[in-house]
Design a protein around this ligand. Structure first.
Ligand code: HEC
Ligand code: HEC
Length: 370
């Protein structure tokens, strides 16, 4: 995964010296593959139109099949201000196995949709489907300008799908990018899990979304027989991020939802030692422990040299994490994929968190000296 991102950055930052070698690297990671649609495993190719995925019962009126469940994770992903709607469909009579609360197992035939709109206009709908061999199928459908139907996007994705501020535009990710985010941790499904659907929703989560009817959360799923095996302790005491303050809770939650799918104990980036994914089974908050007063491992090109620590309490400007999320320079920006515009709300939140962290540490040492 890191390979794909590195190759892309070379392209974007214009540091390309040897086109042949880069070309080979890109082909190796599947980015330049041409030909029909999504490069699929033996399990098959995605349908050519969104309609064929079964999202709507009535395509003309865009009536979503009432059997699908709408849901909203408590810590959504920032996608340059896109409004999102999401649905899950489980095959009749099946249930999700939640016995590993870090990585639910979804029945074969499970389908997920995620719709992206800008300024009230549908732009793309992403699709995941669990195939009989257990693999997930990845696809994106681009909406026609008249908003009537949506066609499968090539596996390479689609640039210029919708104009954004500052001359930038929304890119529909290619399948390699889908997988860079979705295959980096314990579960390929990122927004439908134990923490994201906890009934103890964080009221301060950046870009918090209203839960659509029927308010799908852990209790709803268990009560309706759609989730089995989830340890009872997690129902009795629903998971929430343990934090000293509401600001800290929201900051760590933001990083769980926007960073934890790449930065976790499992993925290919584990050697960086930056663990931004919340674990519902382990005590402690890895996102706090692996950032606060922890040294930056590797200065990124364009990063200011005063960023010695990932989070330096009291000094947001000098903190590596802040410099990364406040940038959209390709070699520096975090997240590296899926966003063209800085998430100002998140920047303000993390700024406040790091500033307050400094104040509380000063307060604690003043109290000790007394
Ligand atoms: C930058 C990382 C990133 C990229 C790239 C990405 N996703 Fe996701 N995706 C997420 C995260 C995080 C969530 C859960 C949070 C949310 O929905 O706001 C998610 C949610 C989803 C969902 C709802 C089910 C779930 O996992 O929660 C679908 C469907 C989906 N993505 C499909 C795709 C497809 C298909 C692509 C490529 C065309 C793609 N995604 C690219 C990060 C990414
Ligand atoms: C698609 C995967 C992906 C996502 C999502 C992602 N990162 Fe990264 N991150 C990387 C890669 C790859 C590197 C190493 C390359 C580099 O340094 O740019 C990295 C490096 C970093 C570093 C440098 C660590 C060090 O000590 O040297 C920080 C800090 C960081 N990321 C923070 C974040 C934050 C905060 C988020 C969420 C807002 C985030 N990342 C989201 C892939 C990702």
């Amino acid at each position: 995964m890191a390979k794909g991102i590195a190759a892309k950055r070379l392209l974007m930052t214009g540091q390309v010296r040897c086109p042949v070698a880069i070309g080979a690297a890109l082909i190796a990671v599947g980015m330049l593959r041409s030909g029909p649609a999504v490069p699929q495993n033996a399990a098959g190719t995605p349908p050519a139109t969104l309609q064929e995925t079964g999202l709507y019962t009535d395509q003309d009126r865009l009536q979503v099949d009432p059997a699908h469940l709408a849901f909203a994770p408590q810590y959504p992903l920032w996608s340059d201000g896109a409004a999102k709607r999401r649905w899950i469909s489980l095959p009749p009579g099946t249930a999700i196995d939640g016995s590993n609360p870090e990585a639910w197992v979804f029945p074969v035939g499970t389908r997920f949709w995620k719709e992206f709109s800008f300024n009230g206009q549908r732009v793309e709908t992403r699709y995941l489907e669990r195939k009989p061999d257990g693999q997930w199928l990845y696809a994106a459908y681009a909406w026609s300008a008249d908003g009537r139907d949506a066609q499968l996007v090539s596996a390479r994705g689609k640039r210029g799908a919708y104009p954004l501020a500052g001359g930038r535009s929304h890119t529909i990710p290619g399948v390699t990018d889908c997988k860079a985010c979705h295959q980096g941790g314990p579960s390929e499904v990122l927004g439908f899990g134990t923490l994201q659907l906890s009934p103890e929703r964080d009221p301060d989560a950046p870009h918090a979304e209203l839960q659509p009817e029927p308010h799908v959360d852990l209790g709803y799923l268990v009560d309706n027989g759609l989730l089995v095996g989830l340890p009872k302790a997690l129902l009795d005491a629903p998971p929430r991020i343990a934090a000293a303050t509401a600001t800290e809770r929201a900051a760590l939650g933001y990083m769980h939802g926007n960073c934890g799918h790449c930065h976790n104990e499992r993925g290919s980036l584990q050697n960086i030692g930056l663990f931004l994914r919340h674990s519902v089974t382990n005590a402690g908050e890895p996102a706090a422990m692996s950032t606060i007063k922890q040294a930056v491992k590797k200065q990124a090109p364009g990063q200011s040299p005063d960023a010695v620590l990932r989070v330096e309490p009291g000094y947001p400007d000098r903190s590596g994490v802040m410099q990364r999320i406040s940038s959209r320079y390709p070699a520096l920006q975090m997240p590296p994929l899926g966003t063209e515009l800085i998430d100002d709300e998140a920047v303000r939140l993390l700024n406040r968190w790091i500033a307050e962290k400094g104040a509380s540490i000063r307060q604690a040492s003043a109290n000790q000296g007394r």
